[in-house]
Design a protein around this ligand. Sequence first.
Ligand code: GLC
Length: 569
Amino acid sequence: MDTKGLAWWRNSIGYIIYPESFKDSNDDGVGDIRGIVSKLDYLKELGVNLLWICPLFKSPMDDGGYDVSDYRQINPRFGTMEDFDDLLSEAHKRGIRILIDFVLNHTSDEHPWFQTAIRDPGSKERGYYFFREGRKANGKELPPNNWKGFFSTSAWERLPGSDLYYLHIFSKKMPDVNWANPELRERYFEIARFYLDKGVDGFRLDAVAHLAKDLSFADSAGQPDEDGFVYDTSKFSNRPELFDYLQMLKKNVFSHYDCLTVGEAGGNISPQDALKMADRQNGSINLVFNFDTVWDNGNYGSIDKGDQDIRTDVISLKDNFMRWYEVCHERADMPLYWCNHDHPRVVSQYGSIAFRAESAKMLFNTILFLYGTPFIYNGEEIGMSNVNYARCEDFFSDVGTRNDVASLRSRGYDDGKILGYLNRTSRVNARTPMQWDRTRYAGFSAHRGVNRVNDNYLSGVNVADEMADPWSILNFYQYAIGLRKDPVINEQVLEGRLEIVDHGHPDVFAYLHDGKDKLMVISNFRPYQVYFSFYYALGDVLLHNYDQVLLSDHVFALRPFETYLLRLR
Ligand code: GLC
């Protein structure tokens, strides 16, 4: 709680770090904890005061560290436990809180629990995972059921030399753990306490929507794909027992600390279910990340489309934000974000690289003053955009993309088509090295990173150039964050009644916070001029990404991606 008894995250500005590609301190081509420490002053100056750092634990790195082989050790690629402790204390000195990424739906197959489980059928660890016998049909060996996982394969993998399969809804190197097992739960409670006792300020709870599965393991009745598998997330998402597991986490761990817990809830969670989790009175966690506002342009799964078919659906975007706001705002806090390490870069997704500065500023202004706690994804503040790689193989650092390509190739798509799709949608786009300056590899490292740096660091898309330019995206971010943290504006944003203005406008996202004061955001999402009627008494222009206000006869002419934050009279 802060001095006014408010939860501290209600006036926090979050920043998401993907450690592998953020800053490399020892020039081995991999970002690391010391690299993060070296950039804390930069982050403080930007105005952020809360970091979510993607996994730092020991891991064979099959899935960017989300495949944990030892929760209590730091991955040597990223540093040591001393480095981590140092990061905590250096961040705290600067008033920056730290959330770590807690992966509790699965472990790595190299985790000692899984190794014991497969070696010893009588072990207690055996009950930590899901092992089931396969089926036979027409002489063919088949997995225990027809479920398909998130990474384009069956959700089951056969144990070599056995009839048994284990469940993995993500990569086959990430067996799912069994939260119905009380002893397994206790293991995770201990890990959470271990980090909270060290002083971390909370957790981003990875893939938390999937902790409870349909334990009947019955086939899905949905439409099977070419291989007979059904992508039916209802079998392992937001099921009733999940809410009990989260309450147990709260009772046994979270309620004993002043910590922030942010759940990643995929699987099409409804705002009502999210409210069950995050209700201030009787919920179990504090914020719920949903995916509803990330792909409002037809880009998701768009292999059969071309770039020209992707267009932001501004009305749907407004509806999606408001759907969540209406259900949650009186009873729960919410996070706000455009992008993380799992999505394409937001400038490419909803903005335009032809209007990089205009659209990056517009997108930030639009999200920053909505109801909730904003999270910036590293590189967003300098307008980093999608890569433009030349071969599908350039994306193969990511297991999800690799599996996707294999599946598309087997379905007959040619590489040209697949490549366009990856350049538009793959999460590798968000995982290229952070662009710090104009030196080789963009000042990220003296060596090539895991993914090739985006060449646009040479044309101004880097922190050093952005700092030097008073009109840059970075300076706009810094100034905008300062405004958002102003106590009067913050209160207005969190307590004022949020309303969409001109809901039916297909190109403009405009909203108003009506309360003690009146704040209004007006944003043009198009790369061309549009018009917007305005029947209010204009007070001050607090933020604007063009020079000159084009307002006459109660109509704003909004140039490409033009945006305003206004105070009304
Ligand atoms: C989450 C992570 C993602 C990872 C998956 C499996 O969605 O954000 O990067 O692949 O969980 O852990």
